[in-house]
Structures are given as C-alpha cells and as structure tokens.
Design a protein around this ligand. Structure first.
Ligand code: HEM
Length: 416
C-alpha cells in the first residue's frame, strides 16, 4: 500500500506534529491543521491507522459518499475488516450505542431516523423558543448576581441539559446525574483513551441504560407527549421502535444534545472575548445573533474529527485510492479553515453568516438536532449580549485535554 506523502521527510515531520494527546497541540491545533491541509489533501496517520482528510471539498464529499459508512457491521464481520471483536469488558458501552443513529447504516438507519425525525421536527423546536428564553434568562440572572461566573458550569451546561431534558421529558432533578454519565461516556470517542477512562465510561453506560429503561417504563404508564413518551408511542406503517432502539436514541439525543452545544457556546464566546469589535457588532445588533452562530460553529469547531469506513471498492480521495476495510478520518477544524472554500478563513468574522459549513456534518447522518442547536445558541448569544454588553474574560481559559471534543474546562467571565 502506498502511504501518500509519508516518503517526504518534511511531511513526515508535519504529521508527527499532529498529536491529539499533546496538550500544546490541543491548546491550539490550527497551525498544525492549516499546515497539514496546505501540504496534502490527506495523509496516513500511523498512530490511528487512518487516512486523514484535511480539505473542505474532500470532507464535504466524503460525508455524502454512500460507499463509506459510520459502521461496517451491517455488511462485514469484524474479522473481514481485520478488526478485533468488541471487548466484552465494555459491553454496556457497546450496548448503549448499538442502536444509536450514529452507529447504524441503511436500511436500519433510514427506518430509525424517519421515526425520530417525526418527533424531532423544526416545528417542535420553534415551539420551544419561549421555554429556551426562560431557562436562559433565569440562569443569566444567577450569573449577573455573581462577581464573575463560569460560562460553562454556571450557564451553558445547566442550560443545555435543562433544554434537552425538558424536551425528552426527563425530571430536572436528574439532570446532574445525566450530565456526569454523559461526560464519562463521550470520552470513549477520543483517539486515545486510558483503561481508567474506559472503565468509567462503561460503568456510566451501564447506569445510564438502567435509568433509561426505568424512564421508558414510566412513560409507557404515564405518557406526557414529550419526546421519550412519543418515541414509545410512535408508529410508522406498522413499524415501531424496540426498547433497545428507544434506549440508544434517548441516550444519543442526551449526549449529542448538549456536549457540542455547550462547547460551541464556550469556544465561540472565548473567540468573541478576543475580538471585542466583533462582540460589539452583536451587542449593537449590527449583526444578528442568528448570523453570528454560524461563524461560532465554523471558526472553532466543538467536534474536530469524524470517521468513516470504506465499504465499496473504487473510493479515491485526493488522488489516493482507498481500499475496502480502511478507515478515513475527517479533520473538521482543518476543513473549516480551508482558504479554497472560505475567504480569509483565519478571521473570526461574525457577519460571514455562511450556513453551508460542515459543522453539522452532511449526508444521511446530518445532525438531526441542528435546528435545536442553532436555536439554543442564538437565544444564549442574544441574552448574553443584551445583559452583558461589556463582558470580558477574567483569565484565559484552559482547554479540556481532549482533541475530538474541543472545549474548555471553565470560562470565567465578568460583566465589566
Ligand atoms: C452545536 C451543536 C451540535 C453540533 C456541532 C453537532 C454536530 C453533529 C455532527 C457533525 C453530526 C454528524 C456526525 C457524522 O456525520 O458522523 C451530528 C449528528 C447527530 N447529532 Fe448533532 N450536533 C449538535 C447538536 C445536537 C443536538 C442539540 C442534538 C439533539 C438534541 C444532536 C443530535 C444528533 C444526532 C442524533 C446525530 C446523528 C444523526 C444520524 O446519524 O442520523 N446534535 N451532529
């Protein structure tokens, strides 16, 4: 197999700088991502055993290419793909995602997505707007009463979890528990994990499954018209969701439904704090919050890497043939700053308002929660700019030590 580019020493040295376990890289991966993208459309990452794609056009097309899938198990065995059987020690983790939309391909994906989409419509999201504004305003009241506040812990996390829980019909008293489980589980998606992280993720998944099973039983007895209750009830031409499907779906909505939203707000507000002129444009409503949301998603993506398996022969990316059974990784952060697609891509320009970025993916796995995420972030940005026109960083925030899920541990802000 030719490993595109690795024969060049310069490129080899550049690829070595792509180290998702390195704190300095995580703190600011963009110089490396930009250099990689300009040097090559894709490279072989020896550490992860993946072809890694850097440019917007290739990421955009790969997301839509049906010859690749998020999963291969609907067509091939693990042995055929030269992969180990799933480790039985992490059985609960694998069970929790086994019927997740993110782990399925057609025809199961098509059936499940149609059913989920039925109860997850843009219309339903629009109806939520007053509730979002109320949750946001209450939390901002609490923040305003403090000398300084943590945007993530005091606002974004409780906000986003409260929103998704109220949509699903989960008791607000349980939100902290769900938050902790979700934090533990999503660490499993990093490129490198420790044994302790895997144990904690599996334990969290097991507890989460038990919780969701009880929740579903409760909704069967006491339907409330909210999402979990509707998933229990929903029927499509005689088809319905099995309990395992409802468990996975509920959990993926809870997980996907807040981590990325929290980090989009955190990464975006931190970017604003370094560009007070851009903040002022939104404060003055020279740029609408809705418009600014798109740039927050593009400029410092909360999700930096997504993967696909090659399922059919004939796939070629950036001039490189990629064989069935190989895995590709798409670098969203590199693609989102591709000068072939965006004018002056390094600039955080809140008026750019370009919704056709890849922040929500593309193709059959396009983010089902995108309308909700946009609404949530818009309401937050509108509230923050209205309440705190002179908002500033108390100190430079510290990055969470993960690459794929990109965010901060806390972001301390003061109103003036
Ligand atoms: C700013 C916040 C968000 C971002 C940046 C984001 C991003 C993404 C991306 C990139 C994908 C595609 C993954 C792939 O192609 O491999 C995706 C899928 C998904 N997202 Fe989001 N998401 C966000 C918020 C949400 C919310 C609020 C929910 C639900 C309440 C949600 C639920 C999902 C689900 C269920 C999928 C899988 C869809 C499928 O496979 O058919 N996301 N998201």
């Amino acid at each position: 197999m030719t490993k595109f580019g690795t024969e060049h020493d310069g490129l080899k040295a550049l690829i070595a700088r792509f180290d998702p376990g390195d704190e300095a890289f995580i703190a600011d991966p963009y110089p490396v991502l930009n250099d990689l993208r300009e040097a090559t459309p894709l490279f072989w990452n020896e550490r992860s055993g993946q072809w890694t794609i850097t440019r917007f056009k290739d990421v955009y097309e790969t997301l839509r290419d049906r010859r690749l899938g998020r999963s291969y198990t609907h067509l091939f065995s693990h042995e055929q793909f030269g992969r180990p059987e799933p480790d039985s020690r992490w059985a609960a983790f694998h069970q929790h995602e086994s019927w997740s939309l993110l782990c399925l391909e057609p025809p199961d994906h098509t059936r499940l997505r149609r059913l989920v989409a039925k109860v997850f419509t843009p219309k339903a999201v629009a109806r939520l707007r007053p509730a979002l504004e109320q949750i946001s305003a209450d939390l901002l009241d609490t923040c305003a009463a403090l000398d300084d506040f943590d945007l993530l812990g005091d606002y974004a996390q409780p906000y986003s979890v409260a929103v998704i829980c109220s949509m699903l019909g989960v008791a607000s008293s349980d939100t902290q528990l769900l938050l902790e489980w979700s934090h533990a589980i999503v660490k499993m998606y990093e490129l490198s994990t420790t044994e302790a992280v895997r144990v904690a993720a599996n334990q969290a998944a097991a507890e989460y499954i038990d919780y969701t099973r009880a929740l579903i039983a409760d909704k069967r007895r006491n339907p409330d018209g909210l999402l979990v209750s509707e998933l229990v009830r929903v029927e499509d031409e005689g088809d319905c969701l099995s309990e395992d499907e409802i468990i996975s779906t509920t959990m993926v909505l809870l997980e996907a439904g807040h981590e990325a939203t929290v980090n989009t707000l955190g990464n975006g507000v931190r970017a604003f704090m370094h560009r007070p002129d851009e903040w002022r444009r939104v404060v003055d409503r020279a740029v609408e919050p809705r418009t600014a949301v798109e740039e927050m998603l593009r400029w410092d993506s909360p999700l930096q890497l997504f993967e696909r398996w090659v399922l059919e022969p004939g796939v070629e990316i950036g001039g490189q043939a990629i064989e069935v059974g190989q895995e590709v990784a798409m670098l969203f952060g590199a693609a989102a700053r591709d000068p072939r697609r965006f004018i002056d891509p390094e600039r955080f320009d809140v008026a750019r308002g370009d919704p056709a970025h890849i922040g929500f993916g593309g193709g059959i796995h396009f983010c089902v929660g995108a309308p909700l995420a946009r609404e949530e972030i818009e309401v937050s940005l509108a509230g923050l700019t209205a309440r705190f026109p002179d908002l500033r960083l108390v100190e430079e925030p510290v990055r969470h030590p993960t690459f794929v899920i990109r965010g901060f541990t806390e972001i301390r802000l003061a109103a003036r």
